[in-house]
Design a protein around this ligand. Structure first.
Ligand code: NAD
Length: 469
């Protein structure tokens, strides 16, 4: 169905009236519907998704399979394996003072949820949170990004085929659609996008005291020291940075390298870039495009700003406006006020800063907002611990990058400016769940003996309780 402004509240109310039915569904019913979504992604709509993502920003097929379809399918498998135990009543201990009662936690659904997703991994970042929301027994309205319209259309078809609209509905459209939806009293909002829009979402949520998960972005640093295998580190950083043309929330945003390894770093960078994309990156089928002209111009502007500040473009720098193409680019000698060092880059430009001591690195990182990811390449265990203990970040990967996203046993998310709340696996399930506490009284308990009128005898019991229990 296609929705318009005045039908959002109708849709919302339809879902609201079904929320208890959906919320009381058995784990098998939830798994069955997740399996239907899995079939749609893996089989029925796989080629349509590949085609749509190619049309939207020339995303290579392998990247679609690996970074859009696989993580969602893997999340469904993980959830299906564990959902029964996550939904089970969780008994907790009873203190002596509450003798005669028992207590447990009921993981109950929050109700009607809103998922607002970005364009950079549109399938992964729409259906990933959806899996958690369904596992937790919620109804969901989805608003995907307007910047990847072909993919949004296919996702709309998938949702229509797999779900009834009182359970899950997808609403396409521009920012105004989000604005209208955000006026409704959702029980939870799961937003993935920029910190700027995250603030708008949180303000709107405050109006109804709606809980939020904000999966945001920021500048994720990579630290490379002089004890690591430099060649391997550089190869991994190039993979992490130029996958999806740098348009990844956890992509390395900038690199901090020991001054002594600068020449070897540049040499290795050139070698691996050539190995990945050959000489003609523009025509490589392993390299996509900037999503649209607006983002192309933003990135192009960052490069112009760097040049005007006499930064050194060590590798790349070539762009092709009509193709929304920017070559993988390595920049040195940037001042801290430059656009590239003050904004999240979200594109294929990698600034490098050199350091002579780790304390310089720690001071620099700690002077910025907490990043979503912080990467360390080092063979020195003590140094790795020193960096982890003396910085704060949403997540860290040591001797690689991006991979922390793929382990469902790890919570994924930022901290403060890079996000609020966590996703993936059990943590994603909890995010869409109210942990309802239930205490059931079976026989008369100690508290019943202490009700008014308060006597000296009762005072003595309270004194003894405070002292001994
Ligand atoms: P964005 O914040 O511009 O948009 C995200 C969503 O919000 C879209 O659906 C858009 O329609 C909607 N939106 C935009 N402006 C709005 C407004 N004023 N009011 C209400 N809704 C609005 O982000 P983007 O450009 O799609 O994605 C890039 C950003 O997302 C980067 O900052 C990146 O780091 C971040 N990101 C974070 C994660 C994560 O998991 N933490 C993942 C991917 C992207």
């Amino acid at each position: 169905m296609n929705y318009s402004n005045n039908t959002y509240s109708v849709l919302f109310n339809t879902q609201k009236s079904h929320q208890l039915v959906i919320g009381n569904s058995a784990y098998k019913e939830r798994i069955n519907i997740l399996k239907a979504l899995q079939t749609a992604l893996e089989k029925t709509y796989k080629q349509a998704l590949r085609d749509a993502l190619y049309k939207d920003f020339k995303k290579p097929q392998l990247e679609v399979d690996l970074t859009e379809i696989y993580p969602v399918v893997d999340e469904i498998k993980f959830v299906s394996k564990h959902l029964r135990s996550w939904m089970r009543r969780q008994k907790v201990d009873t203190p002596l003072t509450l003798l005669g009662s028992s207590s447990w936690i009921k993981n109950e659904s929050k109700g009607v949820c809103l998922i607002i997703s970005p364009w950079n991994f549109p399938v992964n970042l729409t259906f990933g949170p959806l899996v958690s929301a369904i596992a937790a027994g919620n109804t969901v309205i989805i608003k995907p990004s307007e910047m990847t319209p072909h993919t949004s259309k296919v996702m709309h078809d998938i949702v229509n085929e797999v779900f009834d609209e009182e359970h899950v509905a997808l609403v396409e459209g521009e920012v105004e659609v989000s604005t209208e939806l955000l006026k409704l009293p959702f029980n939870h909002i799961f937003f993935t996008g920029s910190p700027q829009v995250g603030k708008i979402v949180m303000k709107a949520a405050a109006e109804h005291l709606t809980s939020v998960t904000l999966e945001l972005g920021g500048k994720s640093p990579v630290i490379i020291d002089d004890t690591t295998n430099l060649d391997k580190a550089v190869k991994k950083v190039i993979f992490g940075k130029f996958l999806n043309v740098g348009q990844t929330c956890i992509a390395p945003d900038y690199v901090l390298i020991n001054e002594a390894i600068k020449p070897a770093f540049i040499q290795s960078f050139k070698k691996h870039l050539k190995e990945f994309y050959a000489e003609d990156v523009l025509n490589s089928n392993s390299y996509g495009r900037i999503v649209n002209q607006k983002h192309f111009e933003r990135l192009h502007g960052y490069l112009e700003d760097a040049k005007s500040r006499n930064a050194t473009i060590a590798i790349g720098g070539v762009s092709e406006e009509k193709e929304n193409y920017i070559e993988p680019t390595l920049v040195f000698d940037l001042d801290d006020e430059s656009d590239l060092m003050t904004n999240e880059i979200f594109g294929p430009i990698l600034p490098v800063k050199t350091y002579t001591s780790i304390s310089e690195v720690l001071d620099y990182i700690n002077s910025k907002d907490k990043p979503l990811a912080l990467y360390i390449f080092s063979s020195n265990k003590k140094r790795v611990d020193e960096i982890i203990n003396n910085t704060r970040a949403g997540g860290t990967c040591v001797n690689h990058n991006l991979l922390q996203f793929l382990n469902h046993n790890l919570p994924f998310g930022g901290s403060n400016n890079s996000g609020i709340g966590k996703s993936h696996g059990y943590y994603g399930f909890l995010e869409f769940t109210n942990q309802r506490s239930v205490l059931k009284q079976h026989t008369i308990g100690a508290v019943d003996l202490l009700m008014p009128p308060y006597t000296n005898f009762k005072q003595k019991i309270v004194d003894l309780t405070i002292k001994w229990f």
